[in-house]
Design a protein around this ligand. Structure first.
Ligand code: G3P
Length: 215
């Protein structure tokens, strides 16, 4: 399973990268709005910071607008994946971009048929938003399971990129289902390593060592 980090913050990207666990980055307009005003510069810096794929999202809602923006976004680096919102106009843009050899990540996906459309259009990634579904008392992970089944049934190459992750259980369940990628917030990435029994185990090993052999 690939791990992407869901942030546009350079410090978070650098720190996560230091642990050697990050395969790529996903950003969105909200995440970029929390960084410097010069969003173009920020996009460029993020793309330079990582070797793996970086999703940069378009703002337009018509295929023409999206295609125009996509052509600008890919200039930020060879690793740019253009994030396209789940709209019929978006599907048109995904098809054209895929024919041009430009990778896309179809975002704001909330249903299995939306994911089916994205795969048929030639998207490289589909991003189901699971946390936002959980908040509406709908199981986000059921959506991931349905998408994985549909893609397996027809051997679609579109990768399932689980987004809107809130906690480590989301990552565990996505991995059990066989999702290709989890895009993980910085805080959750560190929570993945935590277990109180691990802390207690390490503490007792170190204290036994100290008692017998000193510092
Ligand atoms: O980047 C897309 C997605 O992960 C957004 O998540 O936390 O805004 O629901 P969130």
């Amino acid at each position: 399973m690939k791990f992407f980090i869901d942030t546009a913050n350079l410090d978070e990207i650098r720190q996560a990268k230091d642990f050697g666990l990050i395969d790529g980055v996903t950003t969105n307009p909200t995440l970029l709005s929390r960084e410097q005003k010069d969003w173009r510069k920020q996009m460029q810096l993020v793309c330079q910071e990582v070797d793996g794929p970086v999703s940069l999202e378009v703002i337009g809602t018509t295929a023409d607008e999206m295609l125009k923006e996509a052509k600008e976004l890919v200039k930020y680096g060879p690793n740019v994946v253009v994030k396209i919102p789940m709209l019929m106009e978006g599907m048109k843009a995904v098809r054209k971009l895929s024919e041009m050899g430009i990778k896309t990540n179809v975002t704001v996906c909330f249903s299995p048929v939306q994911a089916l459309l994205a795969a048929k259009a030639g998207a490289a990634y589909i991003s189901p938003f699971i946390g936002r579904l959980d908040h509406l008392a709908q199981r986000g992970m059921d959506l991931v399971e349905e998408i994985v089944t549909i893609y397996r049934n027809y051997d679609f190459q579109t990768e399932v990129l689980v987004a809107s992750i809130r906690h480590p259980l989301h990552v565990a369940e996505a991995a059990l289902i066989g999702a290709d990628v989890a895009t993980i917030p910085y805080k959750v990435l560190f929570e993945l390593a935590k277990h109180p029994m691990t802390d207690l185990g390490i503490e007792s090993f170190l204290s036994d060592w100290k008692k017998s052999f000193g510092e």
